[in-house]
Design a binder for this molecule. Structure first.
Ligand code: BDR
Ligand code: CA
Length: 312
């Protein structure tokens, strides 16, 4: 039986590749895609999520718009990385599929109340605002969540949006704090791991040579997305962050990490949004998350490329 997931996301080229991977994978049943403000403002993330469903030939996938700003702060977005549309690279269009009228937070709450206990996994690819809001508004749903697999945070790599913080956590540290303290089983894909999953030229060429619409679309997105990190880090390719979340659901054996205490800084101006991960076990704070540290990058890109080949 397919594993039921809700994808919470702020597309974003790497979010888009994650959504394509999920829609290409029969092991996963995508109950809905919930958009949040993040890389670009909400109207664009909600639109981009629908464009991606259309690329995948899956316009029946329900897409919901959620929070348009973090719980207590103004939105910080990342057009400098993702471009003005959030999906710069390929030619984009106005999606034909409609947005659902229900608010994403209400959809998350309703789904967790109506699906059988412990059967819905939350795959989060952006700031955790929608999830933090759902957990605060309806704490009864928290024990119903099977697992949260989240892209966010960093320990050894420290920050990308500030010297201390990773973007998804920095944008809404209060929401991340709610999630990390919720007691739900949580697995985190930090920069420590995603910076080992680089889209090299060879890997990008493999997407392009699939010969399908999805392969070309993916290569055009990742080529655009790459330029920023390649210039910044001087690496041979840019990290493909968000698809690691979906790959973990499909092939957890590609990943290794540690079950440790992870907490978020919500006060300091200097280190706001930093994930303080007790990787070395130097405190007696209770473990609350599996913090991934390593990935079989070739295995990950092989899985991704094989799956994308199945789409139109
Ligand atoms: C995360 O921030 C966004 O720019 C990406 O989509 C990813 O979710 C990486 O820090
Ligand atoms: Ca994202």
């Amino acid at each position: 039986m397919a594993r039921k997931i809700i994808i919470d996301t702020d597309p974003g080229q790497d979010d888009a590749v994650a959504i394509l991977l999920a829609l290409a994978s029969p092991e996963l049943e995508v109950l809905g895609i919930t958009a949040v403000a993040g890389n670009v403002p909400l109207p664009l993330t909600a639109k981009n999520a629908r464009i991606i469903c259309e690329v995948a030939g899956r316009p029946e996938t329900p897409v919901f718009a959620g929070c348009d700003a973090p719980l207590t702060r103004p939105l910080v977005s990342a057009e400098h990385v993702h471009g003005r549309t959030g999906l710069d690279g390929p030619e984009l269009w106005e999606p034909e599929m409609a947005l659902q009228s229900q608010h994403a937070v209400d959809f998350i709450i309703e789904t967790l109340r109506t699906e059988p206990l412990g059967k819905v996994t939350l795959a989060t690819l952006g700031p955790l605002t929608n999830i933090g809001k759902a957990f605060s508004q309806a704490p009864d749903i928290i024990p119903n969540v099977a697992e949260i697999v989240a892209m966010g945070g960093a320990y050894f790599e420290v920050g990308n949006i500030t010297p201390a913080a990773e973007f998804n956590i920095y944008v809404d540290p209060e929401a991340a704090d709610i999630v990390l303290k919720s007691g739900v089983k949580i697995t985190i894909m930090p920069l420590d791991l995603t910076h080992k999953a680089l889209v090299t030229k060879r890997r990008n060429d493999a997407f392009r040579s699939l010969g399908n619409r999805t392969g070309t679309f993916t290569a055009e997105m990742t080529e655009f997305f790459e330029r920023f990190d390649k210039e910044k880090y001087g690496s041979e390719g840019a990290p493909l962050h968000d698809p690691t979340v979906i790959a973990y659901l499909l092939a957890p054996e590609l990943f290794t990490g540690r079950f440790i205490n992870v907490e978020v800084e919500t006060q300091s101006d200097l280190t706001l949004g930093m994930t303080v991960a007790d990787w070395w076990g130097v405190t007696d704070r209770a473990p609350n998350a599996t913090f991934m540290g390593d990935i079989d990058a070739d295995g990950f890109f092989t899985l991704l490329t094989q799956r994308l080949a199945r789409l139109p």
